[in-house]
Design a protein. Structure first.
Length: 488
């Protein structure tokens, strides 16, 4: 326990499960933001492609899948933008609060603005706001503990429990409301959840560290106008591209895919060409490149839980359970529940194995093989082979996605920091987020090819991507280990 924490307890100050009281504020904010985020996402796809008679917009399924993939990609791009605003403009604490406000406005738009205008404003707002929350909330948790505090990991464990609680409960509630009363009430509940999160945050934000209420490297007074002008130009260019039909709903994922790929190339080029990077650090960045590409391929496959697998759950799974039809939105809750159950088990497993556990790159290989085999597991239940898939079988296959995620997602964040040059610690984490953005955009593009007639071929191709990606990385493991210079 740090000296600061000792003094708090000596004064009789309240704690949160033995941790600094502000952890409760950030925990609550994350619970409600994830409640609203996953609650909305659980019903978004079917809202887009359901016909108007069922309360949807009647967009073609392939276009709807591309839109959802592009939206998911935008969230991870926005996390980089949110981090910039926290560092240079508002500070982490105010960026978190403003981001939560933007998220709530997005959900309100989905709830009350009809048609594609509500979807356009709502999804852009939620992507920008959620990116800002993602960039700041976790970093604020870290500031509650002194360097080297033995309670830091436990504090983050409590915090991440909040993520999974919100991700589990949100889709349960919105899915049930959508099934019984329609989509807009479901979106309204997501807005109400975010409003509750902001209310409890305002009650406790004063106790957050003062240094987080100001930007650590603020923009100089003279440079603000240039950044503002650049922002206006970017918005104008996007508006022009939309006006002349260069950016449309049916090519949004493709446009983002190209932009993100170019951004990744520029990021790597800047880091590798920097004079502040030593020869040894440069070799480690090269070792990160195959992991970056594998991560992008993984998220392209995993993101289909929210697109193709959701459509499959809606149309091809027997969702009857004891005379009750499980709402489509509950798929995301099932996924969150498996994460809650098994995340602790995986953490224990890696600790128990110690030095016998697979390397970070080896865990990436396992993740790719697992997700490839999971897609292969759908094949016996596809059109022409079986009428429907039993609900219990889908739950088993969801475990495949969960195990694969737990082998790659936390490991990816960890290995990004391990291989990062000292001068580019933040940028390497940004690159991992870019790999996720690239994957979600690619997943949206891939998902647009899914149809009922081609589903067997589609799932086989997805399985092949996973298995081939795992095999290729496996072949690279000796070289990666050599280049990593013993970093594990």
């Amino acid at each position: 326990m740090t000296g600061t924490q000792n003094s708090h307890q000596a004064k009789g100050e309240r704690t949160f499960f033995g941790h600094p009281r502000p952890l409760a504020t950030l925990f609550g904010m994350e619970v409600w933001e994830r409640f609203s985020f996953y609650g909305m996402q659980a019903i978004l796809l079917i809202y887009l492609y359901y016909e108007t008679a069922r309360g949807g917009l009647g967009i073609s399924q392939s276009v709807a899948i591309g839109v959802v993939g592009a939206y998911g990609s935008g969230v991870y791009l926005a996390a980089i933008l949110g981090g910039w605003f926290a560092d240079r403009v508002f500070g982490a604490e105010r960026t978190l609060f403003y981001s939560g406000m933007i998220v709530m406005l997005g959900h309100i738009a989905l709830a009350i603005v009809p048609g594609v205008y509500g979807v356009a404003f709502g999804l852009v707002s939620i992507a920008l706001g959620s990116g800002g929350v993602k960039a700041t909330c976790s970093s604020l948790v870290g500031t509650l503990y002194a360097p080297g505090s033995p309670r830091r990991d436990a504090g983050f464990s409590i915090f991440y429990l909040g993520i999974n609680i919100g991700g589990f409960v949100g889709p349960l509630m919105t899915g049930l409301l959508q099934k019984s009363f329609g989509f807009h009430l479901g979106f309204g509940l997501a807005a109400a959840g975010m409003a509750l999160g902001l209310f409890q945050y305002t009650q406790g934000r004063k106790a957050l560290p003062d240094e987080q209420k100001l930007p650590p490297t603020p923009l100089s007074a003279g440079s603000v106008k240039y950044y503002a002008a650049a922002g206006v130009v970017v918005v104008a260019l996007v508006a022009m591209a939309v006006a002349v039909d260069w950016i449309r709903a049916d090519n949004l994922a493709s446009v983002l895919l190209v932009i993100i790929a170019l951004a990744a190339i520029v990021y790597f080029w800047v880091i590798l060409r920097s004079q502040r990077v030593s020869v040894e650090e440069r070799r480690r960045v090269y070792a990160f490149i195959p992991l970056f590409l594998t991560s992008a391929a993984f998220w392209a496959l995993y993101s289909q839980v929210y697109t193709v697998i959701t459509a499959f759950f809606d149309q091809r799974v027997d969702r009857t359970l004891f005379n009750f039809t499980v709402p489509v939105g509950w798929l995301v809750s099932l996924q969150a529940l498996t994460i809650i159950i098994f995340s602790g088990i995986f953490a224990w497993l890696w600790t128990a194995l110690g030095k016998r556990q697979p390397s970070s790159a080896g865990k990436f290989v396992i993740a790719m093989f697992l997700i490839g085999l999971t897609f292969l597991g759908f094949v016996p239940f596809l059109s022409g082979l079986a009428e429907t898939m039993p609900l219990v079988m889908l739950v088993v296959l969801l475990l495949g996605f969960t195990f694969a995620e737990l082998c790659l997602s936390p490991i990816g964040l960890s290995v990004s920091t391990k291989l990062a040059p000292k001068a580019f610690q933040t940028q390497m984490l940004a690159l991992f987020f870019i790999s996720m953005a690239l994957g979600f955009a690619a997943g949206g593009e891939l998902g647009s090819f899914y149809t009922a007639e081609s589903e067997a071929t589609y799932f086989l191709v997805m399985a092949a991507i996973g298995l081939t990606g795992g095999a290729m990385l496996l072949l690279c493991l000796p070289l990666i280990k050599k280049v990593m210079q013993g970093v594990e």
